[in-house]
Write a protein that binds this ligand. Structure first.
Ligand SMILES: *[C@@H]1O[C@H](CO)[C@@H](O)[C@H](O)[C@H]1NC(C)=O
Ligand SMILES: *[C@@H]1O[C@H](CO)[C@@H](O)[C@H](O)[C@H]1NC(C)=O
Ligand SMILES: *[C@@H]1O[C@H](CO)[C@@H](O)[C@H](O)[C@H]1NC(C)=O
Ligand SMILES: *[C@@H]1O[C@H](CO)[C@@H](O)[C@H](O)[C@H]1NC(C)=O
Ligand SMILES: *[C@@H]1O[C@H](CO)[C@@H](O)[C@H](O)[C@H]1NC(C)=O
Ligand SMILES: *[C@@H]1O[C@H](CO)[C@@H](O)[C@H](O)[C@H]1NC(C)=O
Ligand SMILES: *[C@@H]1O[C@H](CO)[C@@H](O)[C@H](O)[C@H]1NC(C)=O
Ligand SMILES: *[C@@H]1O[C@H](CO)[C@@H](O)[C@H](O)[C@H]1NC(C)=O
Ligand SMILES: *[C@@H]1O[C@H](CO)[C@@H](O)[C@H](O)[C@H]1NC(C)=O
Ligand SMILES: *[C@@H]1O[C@H](CO)[C@@H](O)[C@H](O)[C@H]1NC(C)=O
Ligand SMILES: *[C@@H]1O[C@H](CO)[C@@H](O)[C@H](O)[C@H]1NC(C)=O
Ligand SMILES: *[C@@H]1O[C@H](CO)[C@@H](O)[C@H](O)[C@H]1NC(C)=O
Length: 714
């Protein structure tokens, strides 16, 4: 067997100039399209489109109009002050939009009505003194508009505006309870709240009537209600009934301490009500087992029902989402489960027009597929998917009953199409890979998958294969092995601007992206099995995946292989570094991973680590999983060159984890490099930063895999 260095040298000499189908720069600059929103009569849809210029160092956003009859796409508006809009008002083209500024220029926003067919008709209806967003609106029988928005609010209920708020003399933050920060912000007295307002119709226009109503602030027990739930909650955390008479919102359970639990409830309140009128639809105890996080509360189109998801586990963020349907009637919510035994965890829902079917999207075998569930579905009902590839960002039921789907795939950043309830695609309107220069040449042929047996699960496990540009089975390409985060989660057939498989492959690799123990979409057992098993099951699975590749895929050169992972994937890189699999890679890359699991309690979501390590942190003796699965226990084995990324605003895993990893590698003399962004969190989102991220990592890995013939990894 040739030594790695001989192979690398030979490969470097033989290296042909690679044709990059997609470069980091091209991917980062390429258009990013939002989800399409159709007008009430289903004639056209509007979506946002942003791209980035590395010359101008700025992004450009426009709104595009998709004619659902002809498929024609045209520019709808280039005014970036239109930050959000909804179709509402007297005609099928009437809209209400948020202008991201107001005339006072005080950090607030304004509301305008307009005709989508002629935006020059726009008319100012309200100037609001805070940066409200998340607009939802309906027309009432009288012709008024009832709308909902959200913003941070002071404990007294007044919306918070950072631009006009007084700056305290000291920057001190003081806490007497755990949960002092989350994701990338420190907890303060201001919390999100849903506000409702009335636009009264008259004189051929609308005017804001009275003050906005805050439905959330002040509902307190062990903790105070907050909706949407930060940091990822948005307008999906609340809804308004189609007649404008009722509001629902979800908040974390106010009877439990904020830090220990994921439990959340859906509250119901009359539109004209106050926080004191709000009652939970799903208090703990009302439905046996239902104690966990709720999601996606949504009124049916006639307003008679409310659908939502809820997990059972009171502190388990990755438990199975179960579908519930309630009557929109505070006298008798009559909450019932739909297809309660289905071993999938849906997370997107849409009502059919007549309310007889709920469409849900759920992780399913590496995709997120759409399934119709009839209201008559019993516990043992087995849903049948009507879509196949991709992961939907949104779906909307059109007047003709078809679904307008906006999704993405590994090879396309946005596809927009319609599908009927039988699973027939009726129109394919847009495929980014056929439109965008940077994506040209990308297609389904770039991607494949395999299943392999492993010793941790009864079921075979899946892995994606992504081929480089110009791939030929008769050639060999070094292995790029990418481990996903979560750990509950999956490598999906979806587009990513942070971990874009095709961008990695087109450096000259075959990318192998396995879905080991903890992955979602293969049933709850595989997801749940990770608890207390960070260091064994997924590690064994990855070894099995590697062995499968080594013995089965002749075009993959494992001798030149390299690996990378973020978050749990970063932890796994650090674990691999101390274990035999680490010796089979020429370089590793950890993005924001755990280095010392005895530091797990420096994270912000204690419910997560308590669940995953099988209990709260106690004395760190050898039987504790905190101790047992600690990567630094295997420090003596560390030897593989290692690229470390860790960002200052990562409160999930503090930057000390990356510093410790890098310092330990350096002290041991293991070739290593540290990349830090002071302004990024657990993710790198800024395009300029992301370009550096890609460039530096590829320089390192391409050197150690021999893909480049550079003389240094730095
Ligand atoms: C970005 O979008 C703007 C506005 O649509 C367009 O003029 C420009 O050509 C686009 N640039 C790229 C690189 O796609
Ligand atoms: C947005 O509004 C501001 C005034 O508040 C104006 O200066 C700016 O040009 C507007 N932007 C666009 C893209 O129209
Ligand atoms: C909206 O469009 C639908 C379907 O074309 C039509 O039946 C309805 O009358 C329209 N409504 C208005 C107010 O124009
Ligand atoms: C947005 O508001 C600004 C005033 O703050 C106004 O100048 C501008 O015309 C508005 N733009 C739109 C599209 O409503
Ligand atoms: C609520 O508190 C904020 C911050 O202290 C204050 O600016 C605002 O005037 C208060 N609102 C009311 C209605 O008291
Ligand atoms: C407040 O929370 C406690 C538990 O901390 C619970 O026993 C009590 O029922 C709650 N009170 C109300 C009014 O919900
Ligand atoms: C919740 O957290 C508090 C500390 O804020 C702790 O005292 C308490 O034991 C925890 N409760 C549970 C049930 O974990
Ligand atoms: C309550 O739900 C059950 C099961 O879906 C249904 O059979 C029953 O008719 C409902 N009762 C009311 C009052 O809606
Ligand atoms: C449903 O999923 C299966 C894979 O489980 C796939 O083969 C089939 O094409 C999908 N059905 C539709 C209608 O897309
Ligand atoms: C999940 O695991 C439980 C307990 O081990 C077992 O009873 C059940 O059959 C498993 N379910 C599936 C779908 O494999
Ligand atoms: C990988 O496969 C090669 C060729 O089949 C074999 O010689 C080698 O031992 C395998 N490596 C490992 C670590 O199993
Ligand atoms: C050792 O750790 C386990 C698990 O964390 C804990 O239950 C046990 O009490 C600890 N033993 C001692 C002697 O501290």
């Amino acid at each position: 067997m040739k030594s790695i260095s001989q192979t690398v040298a030979a490969a470097a000499l033989a290296a042909l100039p690679l044709v990059n189908a997609i470069t980091p720069e091209g991917m980062l600059a390429a258009p990013r399209r939002g989800a399409a929103v159709a007008n009430p009569s289903g004639e056209f849809a509007v979506f946002s489109n942003s791209n980035y210029s590395f010359e101008e160092h700025e992004s450009t956003t426009i709104w595009e109009r998709l004619d659902l009859m002809s498929g024609e796409i045209s520019t709808w508006s280039t005014d970036t002050n239109i930050s959000e809009f909804v179709f509402v008002g007297p005609t099928n083209t009437s809209i209400l939009y948020i202008n991201a500024t107001n005339e006072e220029g005080n950090g607030g926003v304004s509301l305008y009505t307009a005709d989508a067919a002629d935006l020059s008709t726009a008319s100012l209806v309200a100037s609001l003194p805070a940066p409200y967003s998340g607009l939802k609106a309906v027309a009432t029988e009288s012709g008024d508009i009832h709308f909902l928005v959200y913003a941070l609010a002071y404990p007294n209920g007044t919306a918070y505006n950072a631009d006009t708020a007084e700056t305290p003399a000291s920057t001190a933050r003081i806490y007497t309870d755990i949960y002092v920060r989350h994701w990338d912000y420190w907890l303060s007295a201001e919390r999100n709240a849903v506000f409702g307002g009335v636009l009264t119709s008259g004189d051929g226009g609308y005017s804001l009537s009275g003050e906005l109503t805050n439905y959330v602030t002040g509902k307190c027990n062990a903790t105070c209600a907050e909706s949407p739930v930060q940091p990822f909650g948005g307008s999906g955390d609340y809804d308004i009934s189609p007649d404008g008479s009722q509001v629902i919102f979800l908040t974390k359970n106010i009877d439990l301490p904020l830090a220990n639990f994921t439990s959340s409830q859906v509250y119901h309140v009359p539109f004209t009500g106050t926080v004191n009128d709000s009652v939970p639809i799903n208090p703990i105890g009302a439905t046996p087992g239902a104690e966990g996080a709720s999601a996606a509360p949504t009124f049916s189109k006639d307003g008679s029902k409310i659908a939502y998801f809820q997990m059972n586990g009171i502190d388990y963020e990755s438990d199975r989402n179960i579908i519930y349907v309630a009557n929109a009637d505070a006298e008798d919510f009559n909450v019932t489960k739909l297809a309660g035994d289905w071993d999938r965890s849906p997370d997107v829902l849409a009502w059919s027009n007549d309310g007889s079917v709920l469409y849900v999207a759920a992780p399913d075998l590496g995709r997120e597929r759409i399934f119709p569930i009839p209201m008559s579905a019993t516990a043992d009902f087995v849903p049948k998917n009507i879509t196949d590839e991709g992961v939907p960002a949104a779906m909307q039921v059109l007047p003709n009953g078809e679904l307008l789907v906006s999704d993405s795939k590994i090879w396309s950043s946005r596809d927009i199409y319609t599908v009927n309830s039988q699973g027939e695609m009726t129109n394919m309107y847009l495929q980014s890979n056929l439109l965008d220069e940077a994506l040209s040449g990308l297609g389904p042929e770039d991607v494949s998958e395999f299943y392999y047996s492993t010793n941790s699960s009864e079921i075979d496990q899946q892995s994606w294969i992504i081929y480089p540009e110009g791939f030929s089975e008769d050639e060999t390409y070094p292995l790029m092995f990418i481990v996903h985060g979560g750990p509950q989660g999956a490598h999906f057939n979806s587009w990513s601007t942070r971990w874009n498989f095709k961008v990695w492959a087109d450096q000259g690799y075959v990318v192998i992206a396995p879905n080991p123990t903890a992955s979602s979409g293969w049933g709850q057992n595989l997801t749940d099995a990770i608890s207390r098993h960070w260091g064994d099951y997924p590690y064994w699975d990855l070894v099995h995946a590697w062995d499968y590749v080594n013995t089965t895929l002749p075009y993959v050169d494992t001798v030149r292989g390299v690996a990378a992972g973020a978050s749990f994937g970063g932890y796994m890189m650090n674990w691999i570094q101390g274990h035999p699999l680490g010796r089979r890679f020429n370089a590793l890359m950890t993005h924001d991973g755990v280095t010392n699991s005895l530091s797990d309690y420096a994270t912000e979501e204690l419910w997560f680590i308590n669940h995953d390590q099988g209990g709260i942190f106690t004395s760190p003796n050898e039987t504790s999983t905190y101790y047992r699965w600690n990567p630094i226990l295997y420090y003596e084995n560390w030897a593989t060159p290692h690229f470390v990324v860790h960002n200052d605003l990562d409160f999930r895993l503090p930057v000390s984890e990356g510093l410790m990893l890098f310092n330990m590698l350096q002290v041991k003399g293991v070739p290593s490099k540290f990349l830090n962004f002071p302004d990024e969190n657990h993710w790198v989102l800024n395009q300029e930063n992301s370009l550096v991220w890609h460039t530096e990592i590829f320089k390192f890995h391409n050197y150690y895999s021999g893909v480049s013939n550079a003389s240094s990894p730095y």
